[in-house]
Design a protein around this ligand. Structure first.
Ligand SMILES: [Zn+2]
Length: 226
């Protein structure tokens, strides 16, 4: 069983690297952001609370984040483990997490403020299906239009230069105590995430002792004898 959590400032590549790990090692990806987007799309009660909060320009509250994470982790739908993306993001969430669950390692993706700006300001999301795009790395085939559903691509309201300054400061202020707490239970690997995704992914695997992906067909049978 491999249980990891990926943390990092917005734009550090959490979803990219989380998706690659889960794909190659048969893990389940648990993204708080994706869960909330699902609720918003399906007009659930949780979705309404998330939407109200976002309309007011707030981050989703701790109580709601914790409730959603508890529900998700209680599903136990993983055989080989999971990768949590973007949680915990403050001290209170970290305390809740540590009281309730065990993890094997924390991966902290580190990039500079100027890189955060460059990457975040290039982000676009489909207003209909929620697919993410980057005008740097994953441009849509047709400008402003989603490849999968032809929905309109928009920047997030809070992906503006001014709002970003505040978010970066908030993030950096909160992440120190989070890492300090998590370190009591699991090793924290600080990864320089400024390079290209292949290099960063290779570094993550080396640090986690996952140097090579399983051979085709081996993915679901666990580790080979060694
Ligand atoms: Zn779409």
């Amino acid at each position: 069983m491999r249980k990891y959590t990926l943390v990092g400032v917005p734009g550090s590549g959490k979803s990219t690297h989380g998706a690659r790990l889960t794909h190659d090692f048969d893990l389940v990806r648990i993204s708080v952001g994706d869960i909330f987007r699902w609720h918003v799309r399906h007009h659930t009660k949780i979705g309404a609370r998330v939407r109200d909060g976002m309309a007011a320009g707030r981050l989703v509250g701790d109580t709601l984040v914790e409730a959603v994470m508890r529900d998700r982790l209680e599903q136990h739908d993983w055989n080989h483990g999971f990768v949590i993306d973007g949680f915990p993001r403050n001290r209170r969430q970290a305390e809740f997490f540590l009281e309730t669950y065990d993890i094997d390692a924390v991966i902290y993706l580190e990039i500079s403020d100027s890189q955060v700006r460059e990457r975040v300001l290039a982000r676009r999301r489909c207003s209909r299906c929620g697919t993410d795009y980057s005008l740097i790395e994953s441009r849509p085939r047709q400008e402003g239009t989603c490849d999968s559903c032809a929905g309109r691509l928009v920047a997030r309201d809070d992906d503006t230069s001014e709002a970003l300054t505040t978010r970066i400061q908030d993030y950096r202020r909160n992440i120190g105590p989070v890492l300090e707490l998590l370190r009591r239970k699991a090793p924290v690997f600080v990864i320089d995430a400024s390079g290209d995704p292949d290099t960063v992914q290779a570094e993550i695997r080396t640090r986690l002792g996952l140097a090579s992906p399983p051979a085709p067909g081996e993915g679901s049978t666990g580790r080979a004898d060694s």
